[in-house]
Ligand binder design. Structure first.
Ligand SMILES: [Zn+2]
Length: 185
């Protein structure tokens, strides 16, 4: 399985000591001080995020990075048992492939209101062009086991992002389909 398309969730956690090989600063407006590991992403993901943010800024939008990479240890400290906080090893942020975004209009918060801001609307329409998906969509909570998160994008490469955007499938559904096809073969 390709690193970029892998499924990371409760049933498919990352190994405890897992650290992405090549993490770099995203180089985008970020609601965290320079040097904060939150500003890091896996290198291809970082480049894609940089392109996405640059284009959105050209179009007059104010997207800000809120949270990128998060270590297993940090996730352990944050874990409260709430459905909004993934258990250590099950957060996509540990892979360096996920990024949370927000905007000043909602005070840089990660809330459902983000979906109805110009930034949130733009993101949902354009993320796939840069290889990202909205990983936890509305009405798919039963499948992803995660509440709706309009602010969380996950890099999966452009071909898969386009496929998922067209079919409306989540990453869980895509992997389930692949497995059932493999069984038929
Ligand atoms: Zn997130």
């Amino acid at each position: 399985m390709n690193f970029y398309t892998r499924l990371i969730n409760r049933e498919h956690p990352l190994p405890e000591g897992y650290i992405p090989e090549h993490l770099i600063d995203i180089g985008i407006p970020f609601d965290a001080v320079p040097g904060d590991p939150k500003r890091l992403l896996e290198v291809k993901t970082a480049r894609a995020a940089h392109n996405l943010i640059t284009q959105s800024r050209r179009e007059g939008l104010n997207l800000y990075g809120i949270s990128g990479y998060r270590s297993f240890q940090r996730q352990k400290e944050l874990y409260t048992g709430s459905p909004y906080v993934a258990a250590p090893g099950t957060s996509e942020h540990q892979s360096g492939l996920a990024l949370d975004l927000s905007c000043p209009q909602i005070g840089m918060e990660l809330t459902d209101e983000f979906a109805s801001t110009p930034e949130g609307i733009w993101l949902s329409r354009n993320a796939s062009l840069y290889g990202f998906i909205l990983r936890y969509p509305k009405n798919k909570e039963q499948i992803t086991q995660v509440p709706y998160e309009p602010w969380h994008i996950r890099y999966v490469t452009k071909p898969l992002a386009a496929y998922l955007a067209l079919t409306g499938m989540t990453l869980e559904e895509f992997h389930c389909l692949r497995e059932s096809k493999a069984e038929i073969r």
